[in-house]
Design a protein around this ligand. Sequence first.
Ligand code: FDA
Length: 503
Amino acid sequence: GDGAFVPAVVIGTGYGAAVAALRLGEAGVETLMLEMGQQWDKPGADGNVFCGMLKPDERSSWFKSRTEAPLGSFLWLDLVNKDITPYAGVLDRVNFDQMSVYVGRGVGGGSLVNGGMAVQPKRSYFEEVLPQVDSAEMYDRYFPRANSVLRVNNIDKGWFEDTEWYKFARVSREQAGKAGLGTTFVPNVYDFDYMRREADGQVPKSGLATEVIYGNNHGKQSLDKTYLAAALGTGKVTIKTLHQVKTISRQRDGGYVLSVEEIDAYGKRVGRKEISCKYLFLGAGSLGSTELLLRARETGALPDLSSEVGAGWGPNGNIMTARANHIWNPTGAHQSSIPALGIDDWNNPDAPVFAEIAPMPAGLETWVSLYLAITKNPERGTFVYDKANDRANLRWTRDQNTPAVNAARSLFDRINKANTTMYRYDLFGSKLKNFADDFCYHPLGGCVLGKATDLYGRVSGYKNLYVTDGSLIPGSIGVNPFVTITALAERNVERIIKQDIAA
Ligand code: FDA
């Protein structure tokens, strides 16, 4: 290796990583970010940076020979997925034995592929999940800070009521209302002013052109446009792409050495290097950070890591489901791919559910109402190190999702009953399946705050080693998680810089 030394390294460029890099840069600390995915700013042959959802190409997927879309079928036919050349595309689906996890790959991590929904958790639930964190400080200072840098904005309510693009959401709201259920508007980082101009035909369409999970060519204020742009603006932060950190070890002087593999966009190895640093921040996400620490513990590179590393993982209770509407209740051929409304039944003591009303942007009328339900599932999984394949395996069984399915079922049974409608059974694979219980968008935990780390993400057993991403959150937060990940990182990194680095 070239033995390069930098004072601080941040692994990954998702939410937690981006907060760490910005605040380190502002504190004047020379910081290197290592990202296994690409920088998404160069247009392809079609003039677009990202490919669309309905005609995916190699840009869609992280080294797959066929796309693996979450809605894999329609009328049981696999109309959506396409054969592609393996490439460093933007969306990955990590397939464990009984759970698949979708994650973003590239500068911006999950912000490149997610729905942009920017939701603060209910304060009482935040206090239940992270009781050792001062919630007053979070809700007064760090959530507002995160929302402001992320550029969270709200849909204009008058426009929402009028536009054909949100008819699907209004239909679902009315049906929920018939069952006595209330809805709430969901803030987003997609620029709703841009979307209105899309609707008016003034600018190129993105959210109104079915773009989302393979990236938005316009409108979405992903991290590369917010936190990471500000981090680079400090002049102290550098990002290296297509650099995957493989191992972490410790030097005699207490610093850390990373072995890093560099590839080209088609997966060819172009080099292996060693990079050393004094301060190391893990922001590789719940899967990535946990795997790096597990590997370090189990291979003896960092033997003093806690036995809690790998524990406390959960899918945030994610369950997708869909309903078939009556012929007189169409949901619209034109649907914005950016959700704006959620059914809020979180205060239901038997089965708390927050269900975002998701679009089914197929470009034609489907009469489908689609939902991503977030439920309170107490089941947890554990990552274990698989030595033969040098990777982390997830111990999680399908039946651990039964509490989540039951909660979603109790809510949507009510809606179906009140509207004399039924579930769709054709959208989630080959068999008769009305609840998608085998994948998630919200992996959380693996290096839980106060268990594998101290109360600020300092990794137990080692100095100057920090976790700063979704792996700190113990498996559930009750809403879409990135605002919480960002705000918690703001809180932790502020303390770490003040006490460990500036001092
Ligand atoms: P995140 O996963 O964002 O970033 C980790 C980064 O590290 C990635 O860029 C990865 O490539 C990189 N990395 C991993 N291992 C590495 C290694 N060894 N070396 C170098 N780099 C490495 N949430 C929400 O709040 N609202 C929403 O609307 C949605 N919608 C949604 C849709 C879809 C399709 C997905 C997949 C996800 C969502 N989410 C969401 C979830 C949200 O995107 C997710 O919770 C956050 O991105 C997690 O942030 P982290 O900082 O933990 O890691």
